[in-house]
Ligand binder design. Structure first.
Ligand code: BYC
Length: 472
């Protein structure tokens, strides 16, 4: 092929133009990525100009440049946060040693698996959201989902960069495999459970951004502590973009809640289906689903994998360097919720094997802060209803609670009660049908679907009725 104009086509701060081996690997991969993007990226909008943010450098000016761009022409770049001079490994057996600039040979397989697991989620989410553009509730929201999609594409580039630059031939094979697995495919599924679920409507999309992207935040933050410096720097830059995805989720649900409250007040009823709104109990059921599948993404409560990742210096805790303990955790313990016959109890377990649960705790606390903001909207409308997080043991497939039935308030229950009640707790066929019936595109600038309030402000200081996607 003709070769890539590296500085303009692939904005980067990794001196791509000086690295022939990496150039060749990316020259080989880029057309396959574009083919995958055409096949699996947003359906029906590839030729439309969208007002997108592109990162062209990591400094304050360059990381957020806004302009109209057609998605296949988006400049997927490779960015690492600026190096920290003299950075050391901050935890585990190598604590105090200089951070690795190259992969330590003995950890190659483990590190590659962590990077591949992270990388696999990025194209998976684009695949899950492929059809949503066609039912957007507004041009503003259409632009936001495309922004999320191109950034997930960039996050895939980030992981492929690490694989191609540091893992030789194995890395190149893994980079290809990332484009070959497919979300929900029976034969070649994506690696983690939540990334094989469907995202069939915009309520699910906003829930996904709130709950599942937030797992991304916590996993990336833990990988940002890694002793492998290129991984750390890559993840630190990805976190700046991840924040926008969670904003889309939190603000999206808040606007749906806002609209529900307005309709309840206006029509003096809880039955919003007559009025084209999404009632609060339906929102709660979707919330229960997305929260529980996202809790699974943290892995088992007790995990020797997690202990090894930490001891080897590959994956730290959330905000590792702000913690004041010994950063070795060989003697420490941590409280973990566990199953004890018919009861859920809390036990002290060795801290090292409990690291998944500890990260899940950080995550749950963050989710609770978002819910408090949604509940504030409900309270301000004088409505007596509170959205709640389901118990961590509810509807789990991974870990200690994967085999038992648990109610959202944390009671172990029998199959009979589950059969009788699960329709109150998880989205029903009726709910899904109703939500699908609302999914009609609204594409006139400044107009919004009946079930969602407009945002408080537009993108990048522009008005809400700006033409964020040129459909003509
Ligand atoms: N589904 O020892 P365990 C994001 C497997 S999201 C299926 O408990 P470990 C994003 C596990 O692989 C963030 N399988 O697990 C968000 C293991 O398999 P092996 C993604 C699962 O290793 C939105 C076995 O079960 N990043 O960025 O301690 C849009 C035993 O498990 C699942 C990462 O996840 C599951 N849910 O922890 C776009 C970070 N959970 O070894 C993007 C990298 C576990 O027996 N990954 N298994 O074959 C990791 O740190 C770890 O792999 C995990 C699992 C935390 C996921």
């Amino acid at each position: 092929m003709a070769g890539i104009d590296y500085s303009s086509l692939i904005p980067n701060n990794v001196s791509l133009h000086e690295n022939r081996r990496l150039q060749r690997a990316l020259e080989d991969w880029q057309p396959k990525f574009l083919e995958w993007w055409q096949d699996m990226g947003p359906l029906g909008f590839q030729a439309k100009e969208t007002y997108l943010r592109t990162a062209v450098s990591v400094d304050a000016k360059g990381w957020a440049q806004f302009d109209y761009v057609r998605m296949p022409e988006y400049r997927w770049g490779i960015f690492l946060a600026e190096p920290e001079p003299g950075r050391q490994i901050n935890f585990g057996d190598h604590k105090g040693q200089p951070a690795w600039q190259e992969v330590p040979g003995e950890y190659r397989g483990t590190l590659r698996r962590l990077i591949v697991t992270q990388g696999d989620t990025e194209p998976a989410s684009v695949e899950q959201q492929r059809h949503l553009g066609r039912t957007c509730p507004s041009l503003y929201d259409l632009r936001n989902i495309f922004q999320v999609n191109v950034e997930e594409g960039r996050h895939l580039w980030a992981m492929v960069y690490l694989l191609d630059a540091h893992f030789g031939r194995d890395g190149r094979e893994e980079s290809e495999a990332l484009l070959q697995r497919r979300s929900g495919d029976a034969d070649k599924p994506r690696i983690l459970g939540a990334f094989n679920e469907k995202t069939p409507d915009w309520l699910s999309f906003f829930m996904f951004c709130f709950f599942t992207d937030r797992d991304g935040k916590y996993q990336l933050a833990s990988l940002a502590e890694s002793g492998f410096d290129p991984l750390s720097r890559t993840c630190r830059f990805m976190l700046t973009e991840e924040a926008h995805h969670m904003f889309v989720g939190e603000a999206g649900i808040m606007r749906i809640v806002q609209r529900a409250c307005e309709l309840m007040r206006e029509h003096k009823t809880d039955d919003l289906r007559k009025h084209g709104g999404i009632d609060l109990p339906t929102i709660q059921r979707y919330l229960n689903f997305h929260c529980s599948v996202s809790l699974d993404l943290f892995g088992s409560e007790i995990s020797t994998n997690a202990a090894n990742f930490y001891t080897l210096g590959l994956k730290g805790r959330f905000e590792e360097t702000k913690k004041t303990d010994d950063h070795l955790l060989k003697q420490a313990t941590y409280s973990v919720a566990e199953l004890d016959g018919e009861r859920i109890v809390t036990r002290e377990e060795p801290a090292l094997v409990s690291l998944n649960e500890r990260l899940r705790d950080d995550y749950v606390a963050d989710c609770a802060r978002g819910l408090a903001r949604w509940n504030e909207v409900i309270r301000k409308h004088g409505i007596d209803f509170e959205l709640t997080l389901p118990h961590r043991a509810f509807h789990r497939a991974i870990g200690s609670f994967g085999e038992v039935r648990v109610s959202p308030d944390g009671r172990i229950i029998g199959q009979a009660e589950w059969d009788a009640r699960h329709r109150d707790w998880l989205p029903t066929e009726d709910d899904k049908e109703y939500i699908q019936s609302l999914m009609r595109p609204v594409v006139e600038p400044g107009r919004f679907a009946s079930w969602i309030a407009p945002p408080a402000r537009g993108v990048n200081g522009l008005p809400v009725d700006f033409e964020y996607v040129r459909l003509a």
